[in-house]
Design a protein around this ligand. Structure first.
Ligand code: GLN
Length: 382
C-alpha cells in the first residue's frame, strides 16, 4: 500500500472530538466538546420548519445564499459599525472551522510562518500545517493569559505571514483588551502580516469585559481576515454555518478556496438562520445573561472541589488544575474522569505548545440541571 501524505503525521486527530466519542461510550456528562444541550431560539426552529417546504433543497450560491449574506451583513454592521457589503466582504462557510482553513489557505504560501498564541484551539496548528505553513508559538501566561510584548515582537521579527487571534479565547476564556489588540495590529502593520481572527464567542462576554472587533480597529480592516460562526450565538453547532469576512481582494481569493473545498453551506439552513440574524438586540443581552448565570453556577460548583481553576472573562470554558490528583498525564486523568467520575473534560495538553499536563478543560454551555449533576459528580474530587 502506498504511504499517505507525510504532513498528516505531524498532528493527531482532534482530542476534543475524540473525548466526545469516549464520553458517549461511557455515558459520561459531556463537558468536553463545547456545545449546548438546549434548543436554539424558537424563531429559528419555526424558520427551519418553513425552510423545509421552500425552494431551498439544491445548492445555494457558492459563497452564500444572497438573502442570508444580506441578513448577515446587516447583523455584522449592527454590532461592529463596519459597512459590510454582502457581495464584496463575505464568504459563507461550513462553520468557523472551514472559515479558518479558508483564511489560512488564502493568506499563506507553503513555508510561510503563522503566529499562534499558546494555549490555542487545536484546529489552528492543523490548519496551518494543512495549508503548508509553519506555526510559531507565543505563550499566553496565567493567570491573566496576557502576552509578553517583547516575545510577540520577536515572533514578528521572524516575518510571519499571519497571526491567529481567537477572541474571546478558547480555551483560556481571555477577552483581549483594546490596547492588546492595538499592539498586535501595530506589529502586524510593521511586518505586513495578516491578522486572522476567530470570534465565535463574540456575544459570550462577561461584564465588565467587552468584545472589541479587530476588523473595526482604526486601519485594521484591510489586513484582517475575520472568521466567525453562528454556532455558539444561536446554539446551532450542528448547522455548520460560519463565514469569512475580509476586504474585497481577499474575499475574491477566499471564495475560490471555499468553492473547491465544500462548494457551499447547507441551503435550507442558511435560509432558516436568517431568523436568528434578525433577532433584536435584547436577544444578545439575554444570551450574555444566560451564560453569566451558567458561569456563576459552574464556577460555584467547581469551587467546592477545592481545586484551582481559570476564571473566564468570555467564551464558556474553564480549565481545572488537577495537579493534586496525582496522575502522570492529563490524558489519564481525563479517561479516569470519564470512566470513574462520569464527567468528560478535554486534556489540557492538547491546547498547549508547552509541556503542560495538569489541566482539564470543561465547558458550561449546558442546562442548569446538567451542570448541577456534573458538579455533584465532581465533588468526589474533593
Ligand atoms: N469549539 C468547540 C470546542 O472547543 C468545539 C468545536 C468543534 O468541535 N468543532 O470544544
Amino acid at each position: 500500500m502506498p504511504a499517505t501524505a507525510s504532513r498528516l503525521s505531524v498532528f493527531t486527530e482532534s482530542v476534543i472530538r475524540g473525548t466526545t466519542r469516549l464520553a458517549n461510550q461511557h455515558g459520561a456528562i459531556n463537558l468536553a466538546q463545547g456545545f449546548p444541550d438546549f434548543d436554539p431560539p424558537e424563531e429559528l426552529l419555526a424558520a427551519l420548519e418553513r425552510a423545509t417546504r421552500g425552494p431551498h433543497h439544491q445548492y445555494a450560491v457558492t459563497w452564500g445564499a444572497p438573502r442570508f449574506r444580506e441578513a448577515l451583513a446587516r447583523k455584522i454592521q449592527r454590532f461592529t459599525g463596519l459597512p459590510i457589503d454582502p457581495d464584496q466582504n463575505l464568504v459563507v462557510t461550513c462553520g468557523s472551522t472551514e472559515a479558518m482553513m479558508v483564511a489560512m489557505m488564502t493568506a499563506c504560501n507553503p513555508g510561510d510562518k503563522v503566529i499562534i498564541f499558546s494555549p490555542f484551539y487545536e484546529n489552528y496548528a492543523a490548519d496551518a500545517i494543512l495549508s503548508g505553513a509553519e506555526p510559531i508559538y507565543v505563550p499566553l501566561r496565567p493567570p491573566g493569559f496576557g502576552f509578553d510584548s517583547e516575545e510577540l515582537a520577536r515572533a514578528f521579527a521572524q516575518k510571519p505571514k499571519a497571526i491567529v487571534v481567537c477572541n474571546p479565547s478558547n480555551p483560556t476564556g481571555k477577552v483581549f483588551t483594546r490596547d492588546e489588540l492595538m499592539e498586535i495590529l501595530r506589529l502586524a502593520e510593521e511586518h505586513d502580516a495578516f491578522v486572522i481572527t476567530d470570534e465565535p464567542y463574540e456575544h459570550i462576554v462577561f461584564a465588565p469585559h467587552e468584545h472589541v472587533y479587530f476588523a473595526a480597529l482604526p486601519g485594521a480592516f484591510e489586513r484582517t481576515i475575520t472568521c466567525n460562526s453562528l454556532s455558539k450565538t444561536y446554539s446551532i453547532t450542528g448547522w455548520r454555518l460560519g463565514y469569512v469576512q475580509a476586504a474585497p481582494a481577499v474575499i475574491a481569493q477566499a471564495r475560490k478556496v471555499h468553492d473547491f473545498l465544500t462548494v457551499g453551506a447547507a441551503a435550507p439552513l442558511q435560509e432558516a438562520a436568517i431568523a436568528g440574524l434578525e433577532l433584536p438586540d435584547s436577544y444578545y443581552a439575554g444570551l450574555r445573561d444566560l451564560y453569566t448565570e451558567k458561569r456563576d453556577l459552574f464556577l460555584g460548583l467547581l469551587r467546592q472541589t477545592g481545586l484551582p481553576f481559570t476564571e473566564p472573562q468570555g467564551a464558556y470554558y474553564v480549565m481545572l488544575d488537577i495537579s493534586s490528583l496525582g496522575f502522570a498525564t492529563d490524558t489519564e486523568a481525563s479517561a479516569w474522569l470519564i470512566r470513574d467520575i462520569g464527567v468528560a473534560g478535554v486534556a489540557g495538553s492538547s491546547f498547549f505548545r508547552e509541556p503542560v499536563n495538569h489541566l482539564i478543560r470543561f465547558h458550561f454551555a449546558k442546562n442548569a440541571a446538567t451542570l448541577q449533576a456534573a458538579g455533584e459528580r465532581l465533588l468526589r474530587l474533593h
